[in-house]
Design a protein around this ligand. Structure first.
Ligand code: IMO
Ligand code: MG
Length: 468
């Protein structure tokens, strides 16, 4: 008989804004620890309970469960300033955090020069400019010209004088190399140093902590950031984040042995979207949409402008897929949470879902924004489009080729299913769903070969239909 606790992993299956947090929110109550295993403050989600709303980037979800332990694993990169700001926000909402947040001493610190580098070079791939890529790159680089580039949280606290000088050195060199004006290296490093020390009490010194907790019967929930299509190795590189985002990474980056793995949950979105550049096979309007959305990057009021210029219902009737995508974006509110940049919009890609479900051993699949599919009934399209195969230079394939250029070339093979007109956002039980919706769920399950265990039918926490 097993007496140890269980471990569950949750990941996103598409490009990173599938609504993982809202799915987690309801599932977390059966767990004692919620842990991050990848990424840094690039990840973002807003949690809401009652009237209290908190935007988190670096600290794990679970903040509303007052006894839940929050763990940031060795696979993460940590920006101390962001951690402090989030702690302040959490405390300002009357929530306690001091004795339950733990950050692995092995986690890499995001240094000032990482932020500067991302500011200068991150634009090409549309990074979040949080220094994530440069921090992971320095971690892998180990040392350059005899200088150690990576600084782990535990190392810094154990030998602050040495590591402070390293951080200063790296920043000064980068400022000189790029002729950066208006950045005071000494002031930046002083602030960095103070920030690292301000979070010193959250240091997890013991690499066996999570292992010991699960052995003592505690249940752990690993919260994946971003999504598998943004995985640094198997995603659409180089238009990816810099960590491993697949389910297995929970154990390497979350500091637990794989023996405790129990199940993998995954989240997808019924109408796909992504921010940032790179191949997106099922995108409405293809590369024109990619260019249009890239131009909207950095422009604060894209959302307002789109609404001022066009009527979404009219756009949906267009024969031009770019316009249909724009109309769907407006009606489904697909704009970056913080930057407001327009997200690129695409059809639900079942080739991608199938591959990612298989590679990640998905046990339970959740699909958000199912209610939004009703907008297809107002489009010029003959139904709800679903990508069921790819056409690569005339050859039909059912996987995503392992190269960016081939993913640019493949054409989606689309099947249409009848579009439903009903607003399903008020439905809470599977039995009450229209037959077309039930048939669509079956269609998805057949193609993806995975069980759909729930669908989101609106943005509110309770707007959810549990299926299994
Ligand atoms: P959540 O927490 C969606 C994207 C960026 C860019 C690429 C690389 O909502 O899942 P990075 O700053 O990581 O170097 O950017 O990855 N990206 C995300 N997209 N959701 C996220 O976080 C993301 N984090 C990074 O837009 O294309
Ligand atoms: Mg996001």
């Amino acid at each position: 008989m097993t007496t140890h606790g269980k471990s569950t992993v949750l990941i996103g299956l598409q490009y990173g804004d599938e609504g993982k947090a809202r799915v987690m929110d309801t599932l977390l109550k059966n767990y004692d620890i919620v842990a991050r295993f990848n990424g840094g403050a690039n990840a973002g989600h807003t949690l809401k309970v009652g009237d209290v709303e908190i935007a988190l980037h670096q600290i794990p979800s679970g903040i509303f469960y007052k006894d839940m332990m929050l763990y940031v694993g060795s696979g993460c990169v940590v920006n101390p300033e962001k951690v402090i700001r989030e702690i302040e926000e959490i405390q300002s909402k009357g929530l306690e955090i001091s004795k339950r947040l733990f950050i692995s001493g092995y986690a890499t610190l995001i240094q000032p020069h990482h932020l500067l580098f991302d500011e200068i070079y991150g634009k090409h791939i549309g990074s979040t400019k949080n220094g994530i890529g440069p921090a992971y790159a320095d971690r892998a680089m180990r040392a350059k010209h005899k200088e150690i580039k990576n600084i782990r949280f535990g190392d810094y606290l154990a030998d602050p004088d040495t590591f402070k000088e390293m951080a200063r050195n790296a920043l000064t060199k980068m400022i000189e190399k790029h002729g950066v004006k208006n950045l005071d290296a000494d002031a930046e490093i002083k602030k960095f140093h103070e920030n690292v020390f301000a979070i010193k009490d959250y240091l997890c010194h013991d690499p066996l902590m999570i292992e010991n907790l699960i052995r003592s019967g505690k249940n752990i929930f690993f919260e994946g950031a971003q999504s598998v299509m943004l995985d640094v190795v198997t995603g659409m590189t180089p238009f990816v984040t810099s960590s491993r985002t697949i389910a297995a990474a929970a154990y390497t980056g979350g500091d637990l042995s794989i023996r405790y793995h129990e199940k993998t949950l995954a989240v997808a979105k019924a109408i796909m979207s992504r921010v940032g550049n790179g191949p997106f096979v099922s995108e409405f309007g293809g590369e024109r949409s990619e260019a249009y959305c890239a131009e909207g990057d950095g422009f604060d009021h894209v959302k307002e402008k789109e609404y001022a210029d066009s009527n979404p219902e009219e756009l949906l009737k267009s024969d031009d897929k770019l316009e249909i995508g724009k109309g769907l974006r407006m009606l489904t509110g697909e704009y970056g949470a913080t930057t407001k940049r327009p997200r690129r919009i695409g059809m639900l890609d079942l080739v991608m879902l199938r591959q990612n479900c298989k590679l990640n051993g998905v046990d339970e699949l959740y699909i958000n924004k199912f209610d939004c599919l009703m907008h297809y009934s107002k489009t010029s399209l003959p139904g709800i489009p679903l990508v069921v195969a790819y056409d690569l230079d005339g050859k039909k394939i059912n996987y995503m080729p392992a190269s960016v250029s081939e993913n640019r070339r493949v054409k989606p093979v689309v099947e249409y299913v009848p579009a439903f007109k009903n607003d399903i956002s008020g439905i809470r039980n599977y039995d009450d769903l229209p037959q077309e919706v039930k048939d669509l769920i079956k269609f998805i399950e057949k193609h993806v070969e995975s069980k759909v265990c729930g669908i989101g039918v609106g943005p509110e926490r309770e707007q959810f239909v549990t299926i299994c």
